[in-house]
Write a protein that binds this ligand. Structure first.
Ligand code: HAM
Length: 531
């Protein structure tokens, strides 16, 4: 049997991983200079956290999450969902009987779990459990007392009870569902509330890096396990200077990495005072052109008309261009905030493009939204997205006055773009400039092995990358391997060297060779490193 990584998930191998390390280390450095501290978050959270924060209607939550029941109550969860999903054909009393028996099993499992202290009946939903119990009993009596002639007559009552059981099962809460995190802003807000961080002085500035999970259709720059480097500012101030500084930090990070051709797009999507009226206006205009739109956009007229503006469909572009624009419908406060964000970006010499169609695919945003595109990525060219989310902490049960803004960089895409621009060579890795070790230590004979082990340790302590063969090899084979590993030097230790108290060092690029005592060898290698 041959195993392969699952679809949309990949390994990141050397030398590419060295570039990842450099990117992450640069983030630690740059974000640190802006006063951000690292937060390490769990990879999974209660599903409801994401439903609440990101929005149950968004693609990310409704279609793309990897969700699983909590292990201890998985059996109850499975039964509960079987009941909810079960379809019974009209008049099929036999299946209805099986359905009734399953309901009894569900109730038994719930009682057992309660006795084992895995769940609290109050939390599961006392009314629903009572309703299930009476409905199951009624259904049992109805079915077992039936006479052949009355089967058709009782069916309506059976169907009603089945429906009652399905509804009651659907409302049971047996332990939380868990989901692999599709993003991390929700977790940061959860942690902010959980640890009472509102009592900390000033704004709370946090950054994170790590894998996220979304069940999307994989393609270049789009994976099911992908990585983000993100940052969030939480506190009571929503000063536009914070928005601008967060963007400045991002641009400094990209500059430090020599990412070329990054374009910053910004927008304001208003707040709860002005956006609803705009959304209604947009919806009304979209209704007028409904027939010209594709199925996705048609659906979004009802669920989230703003997302229609995101459409990449060729034939919808002309229509979208004529739709009303949010910039013309912002309230005075949102307009002033947006104008000040732009002025603050100007103060920092940051170039930007205004893009009125930039609405973002997560529900928590308000006012400032932004995205950065980078070259070399094809259609998945957004290397970073972010925005303001005042109100999210309150929505999750935290202090009402809390404001927030942040971003997340797609690390996979950032790395791809750097590679495409030729900034992704192997340098920066632990191995020397050529991508191989500084020293290949070829030893011949038992006495030489012991000397070589000691020398390897001293060289490594001094920071050199050393390859030490674990078993003795013939001279030609050993030096051949040194070549193939792209070592800069072969250091040879044999009986002659041991007798003379020297090492033979051979520069593999041109074959020049000399005998050096240990101190000279170190100076020679140091000089070669800086040359
Ligand atoms: P997002 O726009 O969903 O925002 O993701 C941010 C970035 O993650 C995207 O611009 C993209 O580079 C990368 N990304 C997203 N999905 C994938 C994927 N399937 N494969 C590869 N890369 C991907 C958020 O996640 C927000 N939490 C950002 C934020 C933080 N807003 C405020 N604070």
């Amino acid at each position: 049997m041959k195993f392969q990584a699952i679809k949309g998930v990949r390994d990141i191998l050397p030398p590419e991983s060295a570039l990842w390390t450099r990117v992450e280390q640069t983030a630690h450095k740059v974000f640190g200079t802006f006063g951000f501290g690292e937060i390490r978050l769990p990879i999974f959270e209660p599903t409801n956290l994401f439903v609440r924060a990101v929005g149950g209607e968004t693609d990310i939550v409704s279609k793309e999450m990897y969700t699983m029941p909590d292990q201890e109550t998985a059996h109850i969860y499975g039964l509960q969902h079987s009941l909810v999903e079960w379809k019974i054909k009209s008049g099929d009393l036999q299946t209805a009987e099986a359905f009734q028996q399953l309901t009894v099993s569900l109730l038994v499992f719930i009682m057992q779990a309660q006795q084992e202290n895995l769940i609290e009946l109050e939390e599961v939903g006392l009314d629903a459990v009572n309703d299930l119990t009476t409905a199951a009993k009624e259904l049992h009596d109805l079915i077992s007392n039936r006479s052949d002639s009355a089967e058709a007559l009782i069916w309506n009552q059976v169907a009603e009870l089945v429906e009652r059981i399905r509804l009651a099962s659907g409302t049971l809460i047996v332990g939380d569902d868990l989901s692999l995190r599709p993003e991390a802003t929700a977790s940061v807000c959860r942690a902010y509330i959980e640890h009472g961080m509102q009592t900390l002085p000033g704004n709370v500035k946090l950054y994170y890096m790590g894998p996220m999970f979304r069940r999307e259709r994989p393609q270049k720059g789009r994976y099911r396990q992908f990585y983000q480097i993100g940052a969030e500012v939480l506190g009571t101030s929503d000063a536009p200077g914070i928005d601008a500084e967060v963007i400045e930090m991002l641009m400094s990070f990209f500059e430090r990495l020599k990412l070329k051709g990054a374009v910053l797009n910004i927008n304001s999507i208003g707040d709860k005072n002005c956006r609803p009226a705009y959304v209604e206006k947009l919806r009304a205009e979209l209704q007028k052109v409904r027939e010209l739109l594709g199925a996705d956009s048609q659906r979004r007229i009802e669920t989230n008309p703003l997302r229609v503006l995101d459409s990449k469909l060729e034939n919808e572009q002309g229509i979208i261009e004529k739709l009303p624009r949010i910039a013309e419908h912002l309230c005075a406060d949102c307009r002033a905030h947006y104008d000040e964000v732009k002025r603050q970006l100007g103060l920092r010499g940051i170039a930007y493009q205004e893009n009125w169609r930039l609405v973002r695919g997560l529900d928590y945003y308000m006012r400032t939204t932004f995205e950065i595109t980078a070259p070399g990525l094809g259609s998945q060219n957004a290397v970073c997205g972010g925005g303001r989310y005042d109100g999210l902490v309150e929505l999750l049960g935290g202090p009402a006055a809390t404001k927030g803004i942040g971003f997340a960089i797609g690390t996979d895409r950032l790395v791809l773009s750097l590679q495409e621009a030729g900034e992704g060579e192997t340098q920066g890795g632990p191995a020397g400039k050529a991508g191989g070790p500084d020293v290949y230590l070829a030893w011949f004979g038992a006495a030489a092995q012991s000397a070589a082990i000691g020398l390897a340790r001293r060289l490594r302590d001094a920071g050199f990358v050393v390859e030490l063969p674990a078993v003795e090899m013939k001279f030609g084979k050993s030096l051949g391997l040194a070549d193939r590993l792209k070592a800069l030097h072969a250091v040879i230790v044999g009986d002659n060297e041991l007798a003379a108290g020297v090492f033979t060092v051979k520069r593999l690029s041109d074959g020049t060779q000399q005998k050096l005592a240990e101190a000279e060898l170190f100076s020679y290698l140091r000089a070669a490193r800086t040359a």
